[in-house]
Every structure is written in structure tokens, then in C-alpha cells.
Design a protein around this ligand. Sequence first.
Ligand code: FEO
Length: 397
Amino acid sequence: MKQTICNDVYWVGALEWSKDHFHGHELSIRHGTSYNSYFINDEKKVLIDVVRDSHLSDLADHISQFCKVEELDILIINHAEPDHASGLPRLLQMNPNIEIYVSRGGKISVTRHFPGAEKNLKVVKTGDEISIGKRTLRFFEAQMLHWPDTMFTYCPEEKILFSADAFGQHYAAPERFADQIDQKGLWFEAEKYFANILTLYSQQILKKIDEFLKLGWEIAVIAPAHGMCWRQNPTQIVEKYIQWATGEPQKSAVIVFDTIWGGTEKMARAIAEGLEDEGVSYRMFNAGAADLADTMTDLLSCRALVVGCPTRNNKLLPTLALYMEEISGLRFKNKIGMAFGTYGWSGEAVKRLETFMQEAGIEVVIPGYKCQFAPSQEDLAKCREMGRELGRKIKAA
Ligand code: FEO
């Protein structure tokens, strides 16, 4: 069945129902994903992006509704990460003469990933246009949304923006438009994508979006490389990206802890009670049981991070070390934090948590608290007071 996006523009991509993680084992995905490719049926037969090699036969089947793969004239590679482009070598075997348009960064990433493709490449930059018959394709280099090679391709006659990974979601469904599916799942996946993939590049993203909006290109549809297309108020997702990249925090906290014999968990619960005393909402995650990527999604929009870990082998538990490495890499904006934990005889974990937070750009606003072996009633009262103090700081922000 033809999946029409707009006049003569069709979705010809593939759905991924079988994976629960992406990027190796790094990123959990709850709703599957899609590798979106789009076909434009003009005087030139144009394909926007390939798909993962494992799904190339789906792509070829979908294209066959319009033409043979070997009859495609033009391929646009907006971004060459293998989930979108690893099907390229086999597509080139079927169609060795296809012209491939890439950004300057795309020339590097395609050549490095797929040696042999370079002879087909044509490099374009922001503002360049090509005619495909009745329509035009115009390019915008969108570096760090989310790779240096990323570019957007825009068709002014249809007012459709092919935006690569930007504005996408890991979401597999037979529907093609954001307004056709469950909104809770849609927005969770859109925010999760931003939190885990894009947060580090927030400053560049704000500049790039500003540069793009100043071009004044009218948009009727945004067609990303994963998930649903945006056609009702399509720039609502652009506005969300600006909000997320700005790091506007809600007056809430995320508590992440792990525990060996329950002492650090008791401290976490006492801090949480202190936040409740101040009417501040929070989400609490046991790092040993929670999902890292889901936790990062909650962290994106909260004001405070509270982290707790027992000391073991003079260091953090590996579960917390993983979380802190991720948090310091993503560099969330506008966050305050505090640390806590139990120890037996050395007690380095709290200091290490604070160091990680400082590396992450999180302001440690309340000195960390540690207690030996099991927390006493006095220790827990102290934790509860720390929670209250943090709650007041969150509300004052
Ligand atoms: Fe969906 Fe950056 O690849």
C-alpha cells in the first residue's frame, strides 16, 4: 500500500519491531523504531535516505510500487549513520550510477563508512538547490543535529522538510503522522531522543535552529528519519527542541541511588520525604534496576539531581559510575545537585559523586552527607532536612 506523505512524496522505509536497544546496547527503545526513507516521484526518481542493511529488501519492495531500484536517479543522504545508510553498498550494486548528494561532512562519513561510494558523491552546502523536474530540492547543513554530516533537504513546492534524525522518535507504527498515534508515547519518545542523543549539543542546536528559522522556509510537513512525520502545527516539535535545548527546568528533582544492604536507600527515601515536605515533586530511580536512557529523559527537564551511592572498593558501585559517566557526558543545563551515601571504613563515594557532578556542570548546592554502615535516626533526620533545604532551593530558582 502506498504511504503518501504529500503530492508524489511517499514513505518507502522500513519498520523495526525486533530491537529493544539501539546503538549497540546503549539506548533502550520501548516502541521499536522505523528507518524512514522517502521517494519523490518527479521527472527524476529521488530517494531520501537509505535504510539499515538488514531492511534493504523492505525498501526495495516499497520502491517497486513506483520504479525499479536501478531506475532511481538521485539519492540524498542526509546523514550516514549505519541505521540509515548501511544499505548503501547493496543499493549501489543494484544501481551503480545513482547520483548521491551529501553535505561536506557527509562526504567524510559516507567515504569512511562505505568505501567505494565516493565516485557517486556530489557535495552540497546550505542554500544549494537541484531541480528534479517540477520540483526543487534545497539543502541546509544542520551540523550536530546530530552528527557533523547531518543536513536537511527541503522541497519548497511541497513545503516538506526532510530533517534526518532531528525531530524524530524511535517509534514503529503503521501510521505515518504524529497526529495519528498515542500522544503520550509519541512525546515520551521525542523527548527521550533529545535527552539521550542531543543534549550535549544544545548550544549548537539553538544556533542551528535560529539559522534555519531565519531562512523563512515555510513548512507544511517535517519528515524525520525515524518515527512519525509532523503535519499538524509541524513546527511544534521545533519549539520543543528550543525549550529542551534551552534547559528550562521544572521545579522538580530526580533521585538516583543504588544500595547494598538498604542503608543508602533509606537515606534516599528520607531526602525524598524532605522534598515532599516542601511540595517538590521528584522521580526516584534505583540505578541497579532502572533504565539508564529513561532516567536521562526524566533528568532533562528537572531542576535538581540527587545521587546516592555506598562506597565499595574505595569507589562508586559500577551502576552509579555508569550513570555518572553518562550524566557528565550529556552535560544537562541549569541543574543543581547533592550527593549522599553509606560507607564501611573509607567513604570516598560521596566525594566522587560530587566530582562527577562538577564535571557535568551541575552546581553542588548542599554538601554531601555520608554515614557509616546503617543510617541512624539522626542521620535520617539530617537527610530529611537536606531534602527540605534542596526543595527550597528548587522552588527559589
Ligand atoms: Fe538514526 Fe544518527 O542515526
